[in-house]
Design a binder for this molecule. Structure first.
Ligand SMILES: Cc1cc2nc3c(=O)[nH]c(=O)nc-3n(C[C@H](O)[C@H](O)[C@H](O)COP(=O)(O)OP(=O)(O)OC[C@H]3O[C@@H](n4cnc5c(N)ncnc54)[C@H](O)[C@@H]3O)c2cc1C
Length: 405
């Protein structure tokens, strides 16, 4: 039976992170948005905390926390890694989603190294995050001509002795400029389709590997999004993820896809966190501004709107939890992960827009959090696969289902 009632340990984690998000993260949120960055001193404090706060998992085999909360089995003996990750993502995004993306760690670069890397590569590239200081990984798939259609990548790779030579351009790469390494997806020959794809870990400082422009974005402004340029970059063959044997068939591409399967419910949970923040903010505004007006039709109507917003937030959370629960159970969850991400993003855009509306003109003021959340939320329907792409993933799967479903 599916049971989404949080355990007492999950409650404790939620309360701890919520307290942190409310007392430390939220107060710095508007300033980080204006400055387009989160102060390093603050991030260093997080890393120094017991267990360290990271963006993306650092597995125990490379020095990550042994027996961490996610490793604790539930009442039926199942690990709860994904559910704990969702709790943390929702609470931190409730505080500030950009600050969350600024947490040091492997980020989106972690899953391909974990899924595709050899034990030696996992040790080398993920072990880094247990060393002192601010360390980042990044994920370089998107190109100017290849976003949703990842099979259209044009960054080229060719083998020369014991090295690969990479040429191309990547764009919109989260933490791309500050990353110690970036997983770069390239093709040997576009005419080979997916069979020609390879994934490399390209390390910062490799000659020919440089940062282009840093994007000026509407939302998530404190999160760095960079263009990366590769000009005759010589990458040692040991940095080809999984080694050549891994790429018989279409594994290079599958590595990219697996990353999305594991991250989409978490991205959905971040959208839920922002929507919940907007909902809470609008509710407090109504309570503060209409204290003596409880019988007025306007107050009643606003209450109904808040009720509808909360209903949508709860529905989004349940969908994300289902996808995470399936992942913890080892049940294939691609359809449910896409459903959760697609629904949560659209839901959160509507809820943030409604929250601005409830505040009226005040909702557009720069110092109001809802103004920022309204800008921040749009990207959740774009990155990690746009809403349209999620619907394609879902429809492909439902059309294969038996008619009795
Ligand atoms: C803040 C931010 C951070 C990002 N971080 C990263 C990162 O770390 N690493 C990385 O690799 N990328 C990253 N991206 C890029 C992101 O993944 C892409 O923007 C996304 O995949 C969409 O690609 P695109 O922008 O090229 O749009 P396109 O793919 O060009 O899509 C444009 C429009 O066409 C629609 N469309 C496309 N194909 C279809 C279809 N077959 N059917 C119906 N509609 C379709 C899309 O839904 C969209 O509405 C980031 C983007 C942003 C904004």
């Amino acid at each position: 039976m599916v049971d989404f009632e949080p355990t007492s340990q999950q409650h404790q984690v939620k309360e701890f992170i919520h307290h942190f998000a409310e007392s430390v993260v939220r107060p710095m949120s508007l300033e980080a948005d204006r400055a387009h960055r989160t102060p390093d001193e603050f991030l260093l404090r997080l890393v120094a905390m017991q267990g360290g706060m990271t963006m993306g998992e650092v597995p125990a085999e490379v020095g990550g926390e042994e027996g961490g909360v996610g490793e604790t089995p539930d009442a039926r003996g199942k690990k709860q890694k994904n559910r704990f990750a969702l709790i943390a993502a929702e609470e931190m995004a409730w505080g500030d989603a950009s600050v969350l993306l600024n947490l040091p760690g492997p980020g989106l670069g972690g899953p391909p190294v974990q899924f595709m890397g050899t034990p030696e590569q996992r040790q080398r590239f993920l072990g880094l995050f247990k060393q002192p200081g601010l360390h980042y990984g990044a994920y370089g798939l998107t190109e100017p001509g290849a976003g949703s259609d990842v099979s259209a990548i044009r960054t080229r790779c060719r083998k020369e002795g014991h090295h690969w030579i990479l040429n191309g351009r990547k764009c919109f790469i989260t933490n791309g400029a500050k990353a110690d390494w970036v997983v770069i997806f390239a093709t040997q020959d576009p005419s080979q389709g997916r069979a020609g794809h390879r994934a490399f870990v390209v390390e910062k400082g490799t000659p020919g590997f440089s940062v282009g422009k840093i994007e000026e974005k509407m939302g998530l402004r404190a999160s760095e999004t960079a263009e990366l340029v590769l000009e005759d970059v010589r990458v040692p063959e040991e940095n080809l993820l999984g080694g050549e044997a891994h790429y018989q068939g279409k594994d290079g591409f599958m590595g990219a896809m697996k990353t999305f399967d594991s991250s989409r419910p978490m991205v959905g949970a971040m959208a839920v966190g922002i929507a919940r923040a907007a909902c809470d903010y609008a509710r407090d505004f109504v309570k503060d501004h209409y204290p003596l007006a409880r019988a007025l039709p306007r107050y009643i109507q606003l209450g109904q709107q808040l009720a509808e917003m909360r209903r949508m937030v709860d529905a989004g959370r349940l969908m994300c939890w289902r996808a995470a629960w399936m992942a913890d159970e080892g049940i294939p969850n691609a359809k449910e992960a896409s459903m959760a991400k697609a629904y949560a993003a659209k839901m959160a855009m509507k809820v943030c827009a409604d929250a601005v509306q409830i505040l009226g003109a005040h909702g557009l003021e720069r110092h109001q959090f809802v103004e920022k959340w309204y800008r921040d939320i749009k990207v959740y329907d774009i990155f990690e696969g746009t809403g349209q792409i999620q619907r394609i993933v879902i429809s492909k799967r439902i059309l294969k289902e038996p008619p009795s479903f």
